[in-house]
Design a protein around this ligand. Structure first.
Ligand code: HEM
Length: 166
C-alpha cells in the first residue's frame, strides 16, 4: 500500500509493510516509542554546541511533547498536534543544508538508541526529508519573522569557526 501525506510544500510517499496495515502508528507494538525517541533526540539537540543555539528560548519539555504529537499525527495516530506546520514555523531561522543534515544525524542516532522499529525509522526520516525544501533557507534575506517581535535566528557553525581560527 502506498500512503500519501500531503502538506504545504511537502509530499511524502511511503510504502507500508503490507496491504493489511492501516498506517504506521497501528503497526507499532510500543505506542510510547515516538516519545522515547524524541526524549533522546532533544537531549542531543540541547547538548549540541551549534543546534542548541536555535533552542535557547524554547522549553525542552514543551517542544519534546509538541514534536511527539506532531509525529504521531503524521504516522496516522491520534491528531493532538495543534501547532503550525513546519513550513510556517521556521521562516525566521537561517537553516542551511549542513544544519539540516546535522539534525537528521542526531535523529538517526536517537532512533537507533531507542531501538525504533525499521518501519518507524524509515517513515520518520521520510517525513523529515519531505520538509527540507520548505525549511532550508541559507541566506538571512530569505527569512521572514512570524511576529513583529521575532528575531532572525542565524548562527554560524561554531565548530567550523573554531577550526578556521586555529
Ligand atoms: C535544522 C533544522 C531545524 C531546526 C533548527 C528547527 C528548529 C525549531 C525551533 C527552534 C522550533 C521552535 C520555534 C518556536 O516555537 O518559536 C521549531 C518548531 C517546530 N519544528 Fe523545527 N527545526 C528544524 C527542522 C524541523 C523539521 C525537519 C520538522 C518536521 C519534520 C520540524 C518541525 C517542527 C514543528 C512541528 C515545530 C512546532 C511549530 C510551532 O507550533 O510553532 N522542524 N523548530
Amino acid at each position: 500500500m502506498i500512503l500519501i501525506i500531503c502538506w504545504t510544500k511537502a509530499l511524502i510517499l511511503v510504502k507500508c509493510p503490507d496491504k493489511n496495515s492501516m498506517n504506521v502508528y497501528d503497526s507499532l507494538t510500543d505506542k510510547d516509542i515516538v516519545r522515547k525517541v524524541n526524549e533522546i533526540f532533544y537531549d542531543k539537540i540541547y547538548d549540541h554546541p551549534w543546534m542548541s543555539l536555535y533552542f535557547k528560548e524554547i522549553d525542552k519539555e514543551f517542544i519534546t511533547k509538541q514534536q511527539t504529537d506532531f509525529i504521531i499525527g503524521a504516522l496516522g495516530g491520534p491528531k493532538k498536534y495543534g501547532g503550525r506546520m513546519p513550513s510556517n514555523a521556521h521562516t525566521h531561522m537561517v537553516i542551511t543544508d549542513e544544519l539540516f543534515d546535522l539534525r537528521q544525524q542526531l535523529l538517526i542516532e536517537a532512533l537507533n538508541e531507542a531501538h525504533a522499529p525499521e518501519i518507524l525509522t524509515n517513515f520518520w526520516l521520510k517525513i523529515d526529508e519531505a520538509f527540507r525544501g520548505a525549511i532550508v533557507q541559507s541566506d538571512p534575506s530569505q527569512c521572514k519573522p512570524r511576529y513583529a517581535t521575532d528575531e532572525i535566528l542565524n548562527f554560524p557553525n561554531p565548530l567550523t569557526s573554531l577550526k578556521k581560527a586555529s
